[in-house]
Write a protein that binds this ligand. Sequence first.
Ligand code: FAD
Ligand code: FES
Length: 289
Amino acid sequence: MITNIAPQTSAVTNSRPMRPHWAEIIEIEAEAPGIATYWLRFLDPALSKGYIFQPGQFNMLYLPGYGESAISISSDPENRELIGHTIRYTGNVTQNISRLKVGDVIGVRGPFGTYWPLEQAKGSDIIISTGGIGLPPLRPLLYYVAHHREEFGRVVLLYGARTPKDLQYTDEYDSWEKAGIETMITVDRGDESWKGQVGVVPILFYRMRMDPKKTFVLTCGPEIMIRFVVFEALARRVPSDQIFVSLERNMKCGLGQCGHCQIGPYFVCKDGPIFSFAQLEPYYNVEEL
Ligand SMILES: Cc1cc2nc3c(=O)[nH]c(=O)nc-3n(C[C@H](O)[C@H](O)[C@H](O)COP(=O)(O)OP(=O)(O)OC[C@H]3O[C@@H](n4cnc5c(N)ncnc54)[C@H](O)[C@@H]3O)c2cc1C
Ligand code: FES
């Protein structure tokens, strides 16, 4: 069976999906070199109250004079007051966002896109496998699991970064562990203070046992990491409709019209960004690894 997660939108913000809604930057939290979380509050209190998103969805953040960028929502879906976006400063829009200060305003369109399959995964084990800027779209899911821990079996987070300094949300790992999320962390290169695992994320699969039939694998991060994670999951016989991937493509129109984000018959902006591997299998070769 191919699991399809229909995109879901917030009725309040998406009645006119092309129109940005203004939000104030309430706090800017440095996460790692070149990465920070922007905590936003809509200027219109009705929007703050009515804004609903699902873990894994993204917003288009709009900076007048520069343009828009797709940025995942990285905050707790049950906190309506502030919406978090963890941004890596890469190019035109995001470098200019890095010049904004607390109190400045930014345009927000969304939420857009498909989301992690929490309903399907209820009662099952979940392995969350992520690296680098792939963690922010999974953090809302970690919050959800922490609030509703009894709904799931074993939940394991496998997370990696290039160096210890590049690890994000370091002050939250203890709370995830306390909430019953087994947290395994690795870095590509350690430093003198690092006592943990060294190596790329997919090697963490070799340090754990799993029951593939009752396991969902959720992954987001650099494309090469995703390919190896999918490869390791398939090698352990996790069914392809229980492997979910969040894909990043360079977006232009965001409306399924320009073809910039196309993979096979799908548009990442419109049909994704989260797909089951069963959907992608014919177009996304991991056999060649
Ligand atoms: C669904 C989705 C969710 C995302 N979530 C986040 C997030 O939570 N945090 C975050 O920091 N970034 C996220 N991104 C990536 C982000 O949208 C791009 O890095 C962003 O477009 C950069 O905008 P810019 O104007 O600063 O850079 P640009 O000037 O547009 O581009 C800088 C360079 O990056 C390339 N590029 C732009 N967009 C992408 C992309 N999507 N994938 C690969 N290369 C790209 C360009 O070709 C160029 O070489 C997400 C992307 C998608 C599609
Ligand atoms: S961004 Fe244009 S089709 Fe997806």
